[in-house]
Ligand binder design. Sequence first.
Ligand SMILES: [Zn+2]
Length: 299
Amino acid sequence: MTREQTIRAAVSCSGVGLHSGAPVNLRILSAPTGTGIVFRRTDLDGFRIEASGRNVARVSYATSLMKKGVLISTTEHLLSAFIGMGIDNAIVELDNLELPILDGSARPFVEMIQKAGIRQQRKARTYLRIVREIELREGDKFIAVYPADVYSVSYSINFPHPLIGKQSFGVHLTNGSYLKQIAPARTFGFLHEADAMRQQGLIRGASMENAIVLNRQEVLNPPLRFADEFVRHKVLDLIGDLALIGKQILGTVVADRAGHAMHTALVSLILRDKSYWEETTLEDASHAPALAAAASLTI
Ligand SMILES: [Zn+2]
């Protein structure tokens, strides 16, 4: 039987928020079964915001959660790491409004989880098994999820840039690919859009150290970690946004030129309409998303 998991010991890091530029300290702590992922604003008396689709707020260039006017921004990379590592329960403390961007990928979060170690808990993990297809379309943007026995995610993008163009990438969350294929993929941005974005209060913490920066022809801070790092980062983001469902998914997710708004629209639809899914446990541990066992052995 696949069981819920948390981390063994508290781990922490510091950095700046990608959009706010605000300095932030973050600490991840273990949590009992049934907790899910819960954020706590230690600068606001430990105010709690559950990582759930019902708390999704503003969504444009990053996914933000809001509850009673309290904001927690850019949650997707850490939540992606939790799914990739098979962590069901954790408390995430932060002392500012945005998670640290670190190197722009999920790798530093994965390394923190590896450093903390993973602890299996007594309760059987409940999965959300998709039983009927869902397809959302918005112009040329598309996102869908289809019934399947394992969780897989594939993404296609098409950017009018000589280094990006059309890229597609898919990953099975069950076979350990996340750690090597997805976690290291960094966020990216275009220099010619930077001023306009700053004027909207975005990317104030962006630098050559925490994002792939491109001008109209080339990458200004090479090397890329993968030739198709851009689409791999979209997979990373999508996994992080779908974590707001609050359960590991059994289904095939397909996205084409979607973005945070469509990812979270899918989350809302799934949470709203229970006819699309059923809850199930898994007898066979080989289906367990991620490689928790392998991860704790490689520390
Ligand atoms: Zn991202």
